[in-house]
Design a protein around this ligand. Structure first.
Ligand SMILES: *Cc1c(COP(=O)(O)O)cnc(C)c1O
Length: 371
């Protein structure tokens, strides 16, 4: 077989289905919906979504209208919520693709209502989610906005309030006082608003227990095998592994430097390998600038340190300690950037980032293999 100079991203769809079932168990009586924004967290919405649907998922979330339209083409039956809401003049498109906006401002509520009352001929009230801000201060109705809505019940005429949702800021830290504070504000909002099913928890929120589950949880990162809390052991099955082939190995002597900026200098004899993956593939250059000596990948399960700066198409790893193996690393061998030997959450910590960012930064020139 011909060797490849291409990195490969393997996605284990059976593990994804298993993770969905595990999240269902964590969610207890609440419905488990799946968040597939940003192309299924970078893993490929078109491949991810049929697996989740086959595993029993009936409700999906994306961030933007265009993502919702793409998702509808994949799933004719599912319920699809769009987190960013309904931008001015787009209600018709939402209706045409049977998408449910998360209404985040009074203008959006009025727009949705007006569309349902004026344009929707068969007079079926179209469903939408009302998004409440319980302290994140990102999107949705804050306390004053909720009070304003509660004071004008006629704003709910003509459309269907299918869900009231909010989002947690600190669900990754079960001890954070923000969780209980947001829970209380969300309960107050639910008490003030017309009765509807409710949803508060993302993956981390699901792990906070039944108080946070309400009628539906919205799971993203844990489905994809990343932990939603600071605890690596909370991660479910890894579903993605990223590996890049060695293109060349080289011997260095004391004083030789590596890469752009010559930021790493060998203090003695070394063996290094050049792997076919760089910042052009989504591995931030930051990995090689802030403290590269901490960053570890693996070859055949053995840790190898990143050396010097990450280039656009390649990076250098230290093979010196593996030179004594019965079969030392050679051209064509795969460096695991993250995967089963090198958990994505660990790599994210070494790069001072989070696994969400690693996944959504994934590049497009890998050989993508879905199994
Ligand atoms: C992205 C997102 C989620 C999913 O969060 P995870 O931490 O990936 O489970 C849920 N709800 C909202 C509003 C989001 O923006």
């Amino acid at each position: 077989m011909a060797a490849s100079d291409q990195a490969e991203l393997r996605v284990d769809l059976a593990a994804l289905a298993a993770n969905y079932k595990t999240m269902q168990k964590h969610a207890g009586a609440a419905q488990t919906s799946a968040v597939v924004k940003a192309d299924g967290y970078g893993l490929g919405m078109a491949q991810i979504v049929p697996t989740l649907a086959a595993a029993g998922c009936k409700v999906f979330w994306v961030a933007q209208l265009n993502e919702g339209i793409a998702l509808r083409a994949l799933l004719p039956e599912a319920v699809i919520y769009v987190l960013n809401g309904v931008p001015r003049g787009t209600a018709k498109e939402f209706a045409a693709h049977d998408l449910r906006p998360c209404l985040i401002t009074m203008a959006q509520v009025e727009e949705w209502q007006a569309y349902c009352q004026d344009n929707h001929q068969d007079n079926t009230p179209l469903p939408a989610c009302l998004f409440v801000d319980s302290g994140f201060n990102r999107l949705g109705f804050g306390e004053l906005g909720v009070a304003e809505l509660a004071a004008k019940p006629q704003l709910f005429d003509g459309w269907e309030l299918s869900l009231i949702a909010s989002h947690l800021a600190c669900a990754d830290d079960p001890t954070h006082p923000m969780n209980a504070a947001q829970l209380e504000r969300f309960r107050n909002a639910l008490a003030a608003l017309p009765k509807a099913p409710a949803s508060l928890a993302n993956s981390g929120g699901t792990m906070l227990g039944p108080d946070y589950h309400f009628d539906m949880v919205r799971t993203g990162t844990m489905l994809y095998g990343c932990s939603a809390t600071a605890r690596e052991e909370d991660a479910l099955l890894p579903i993605a592994s990223l590996r890049a082939p060695l293109l060349q190995t080289r011997q260095l002597s004391a004083g030789d430097s590596i890469g752009y900026g010559a930021t790493f200098t060998a203090s003695g004899e070394m063996t290094i390998g050049i792997a076919s993956l760089g910042y052009g593939d989504g591995l931030s250059r930051y990995f090689g600038t802030h403290s590269p000596s901490k960053v570890r990948f693996t070859i055949g399960g053995h840790p190898v340190a990143l050396l010097g700066r990450v280039s656009m198409d390649s990076l250098a790893v230290d093979l010196t300690d593996l030179a004594g193996l019965a079969r030392p690393p050679a051209v064509g061998d795969m460096v695991e950037i993250f995967g089963t030997d090198n958990p994505i959450d660990r790599l994210a910590r070494q790069g001072n980032t989070i696994s969400y960012e690693l996944l959504t930064s994934l590049g497009s020139r890998y050989n993508r293999i879905y199994s």
